[in-house]
Design a protein around this ligand. Structure first.
Ligand code: KIV
Length: 276
């Protein structure tokens, strides 16, 4: 709590201090109402570029723009008080050079008020991670399955199937951590690799399709709520079936409207009926 009695947001040093301790609970959020609901329960909210697929219905995350990330980041930051908010840098906004990345990351931080940014990549992004970190921009890394590289990777299959892939994931993680990343998301990698990375790495490793041994876990909220698509990746546990609930509610509403059961007397003005 702060002097004014307001809840303080988890800071980057506090997040890092949880290495090897109580698991860090992380989820994605893209909108104000969902962010508000999740905030009391999580340590970190990621405004992920997965919003391109989840909210905008794109096939991949590649079309997502900086303007979209800023609009959603702003909504999430303004409607949360407790969670550390991290905003993804979208494809094309940071890969060209460290200074291009600085322009994008500083715009995201200044316009949303988020605490940190996340970017995908390993060895090839180390110089950029160092450039941003040394200039006051906390960077969360993302290795393993990196969805912005879906075309180069040839799909969304899990990573680390052979020695070469495992060695690459290790090298990538080491490179960005040495460059200053304060935490790393490790996505869809073989369990022993995620476990070993967690032991070997001095900063929190956040798994998504990683290992229960990771320092924290993240999922796409719409996946765990049963709101996104028909395919559920192996690493998702569904905690609710809101998609089915929404379908049922819409069908009931449609039936009521067609049968003139809605609106009832309690829903219209100038009648004596009370709302139930
Ligand atoms: O964009 C996103 O939601 C992510 C998570 C899957 C980690 O990067």
């Amino acid at each position: 709590m702060s002097v004014s009695g307001e809840t303080r947001r988890l800071s980057v040093p506090q997040f890092m201090a949880r290495k090897g301790g109580e698991p860090l609970v992380c989820l994605t959020a893209y909108t104000a109402p969902v962010a508000r609901l999740l905030d009391p329960h999580v340590d970190m909210l990621l405004v992920g570029d997965s919003l391109g697929m989840v909210i905008y219905g794109y096939e991949t995350t590649l079309p997502v723009t900086l303007a979209q990330m800023i609009a959603h980041g702003d909504a999430v930051v303004r409607h949360t008080r407790k969670a550390l908010v991290v905003v993804d840098l979208p494809f094309g906004s940071y890969q060209a050079s460290p200074s291009v990345a600085f322009e994008a990351a500083s715009a995201v931080m200044a316009k949303t008020g988020c605490t940190a940014v996340k970017l995908e990549g390993g060895v090839e992004m180390a110089e950029t991670v160092a450039f941003l970190s040394q200039r006051g921009i906390p960077v969360m890394g993302h290795v393993g399955l990196t969805p912005q590289a879906v075309n180069a990777l040839g799909g969304y299959r899990s990573r680390g199937k052979d020695d070469a892939e495992s060695a690459k994931i290790r090298m990538d993680t080491r490179a960005i951590v040495d460059a200053g990343a304060f935490a790393v998301v490790v996505e869809a990698v073989r369990e022993p690799i995620a476990r070993e990375l967690t032991t070997e790495t001095p900063v929190p490793i956040i798994g998504i399709g990683g290992s229960p041994a990771c320092d924290g876990q993240i999922l796409v909220t719409d996946d765990l709520l049963g709101l996104f698509g028909t395919f559920t990746p192996r690493f998702v546990k569904r905690y609710a079936e809101l998609g089915e609930s929404i379908g049922r509610a819409a069908a009931e509403y449609a039936a009521d409207v067609r049968a003139r059961r809605f609106p009832g007397p309690e829903h219209v003005f100038g009648t004596k009926a009370k709302r139930v």
